[in-house]
Design a protein around this ligand. Structure first.
Ligand SMILES: [Zn+2]
Length: 293
């Protein structure tokens, strides 16, 4: 199982960002990203924005101001959001020295290569109401690619395979296999378990614990997840490690942890579950103590 050094902060309404050190990527860019990461923020080469709510993008101003250089960072955003071109124009006027930052509209179907064997694919989610052909809110999957022997050749010897490869080319003996090593939900209602079926690590939002907000389920026009639905959904997947964030600050740490342990029990979820409590920055999340172990 892959592991990464993931540092993050995620509290609904205030700020959300996750930095994956080994991949040089940042999921969302809320306030505090640069003041927390300090010089390490320079390692960020790609930023993947899930949507334009201000708690997910306002950290960009300082991130770019300090770190922009030679076409970096590359800021990927949901293609049809109006805020990003406005923000790009403003930041480049406000800080002319960051003119080389790349702002890249992305949509489902795109592949953003971050390393030779690694790419990020955007997925539409239902946080924001939008026409089917309009992309305003995204989740992201990080995929690792490997070349594997074609299954129909499994019985052959190494020499036999070498001969075929020499005669017909590498494509005839191996095929590309993609593994979902890390996924980020962004803000979203809970999706079908299929969406995250094979994510080795899933970072998912869990804004509500469930209960009081049920009185007025549609009072917020932007849709979110409830903790119980997230745990139930993940229990139906092969996700190996779960990071939960974006809890509403209306809940105390005790309320969140108690409910979380209860739900892991109820749904027999035995994988390590980590959580980012409201107001807390967590460094190296995957090496902190899981809440359910
Ligand atoms: Zn949010």
């Amino acid at each position: 199982m892959k592991t990464f050094t993931i540092t993050g902060y995620s509290t609904a309404l205030f700020s959300t960002w996750y930095f994956i050190d080994e991949l040089g990527i940042l999921f969302d860019a809320g306030d505090g990203v640069t003041s927390t990461l300090l010089q390490k923020s320079r390692k960020i080469q790609h930023v993947f924005l899930s949507h334009a709510d201000r708690d997910h993008i306002t950290g960009l101003l300082q991130l770019n101001q300090l770190n922009a250089r030679d076409g970096l960072p590359v800021i990927c955003y949901p293609r049809d959001g109006q805020s990003y071109p406005a923000l790009e124009a403003f930041t480049k006027k406000f800080d002319p020295h960051i003119a080389t930052t790349v702002w890249m509209p992305v949509a489902p179907g795109d592949e953003i290569w971050i390393k030779n064997d690694m790419l990020v694919v955007p997925l539409r989610n239902e946080h924001v109401d939008a026409a089917p052909d309009t992309v305003r809110s995204l989740s992201y999957k990080v995929m690792q690619t490997k070349r594997k022997l074609r299954p129909e050749l499994a019985g052959l010897s190494e020499d036999e395979i070498k001969i075929i490869s020499r005669e017909k080319g590498k494509e005839s003996t191996t095929m590309e296999v993609r593994t979902n090593i890390l996924s980020y939900s962004g803000d979203t209602p809970v999706a079908n378990p299929e969406t995250w079926q094979d994510a080795e690590i899933l970072i998912h939002e869990a804004t509500f614990l469930g209960g009081e907000e049920m009185v007025a389920p549609n009072s917020d026009k932007h849709r979110h997840s409830r903790l119980e639905e997230v745990i139930e959904m993940v229990s139906a997947t092969r996700v190996q490690q779960l990071i939960l964030g974006h809890f509403s600050s209306r809940y105390s740490a005790e309320e969140i942890d108690q409910r979380l342990r209860q739900l892991c029990d109820r749904y027999a979820l035995n994988i390590p579950v980590f959580r980012l409590l409201p107001g807390q920055t967590v460094r190296d999340i995957l090496h902190s103590q899981p809440i359910n172990h």
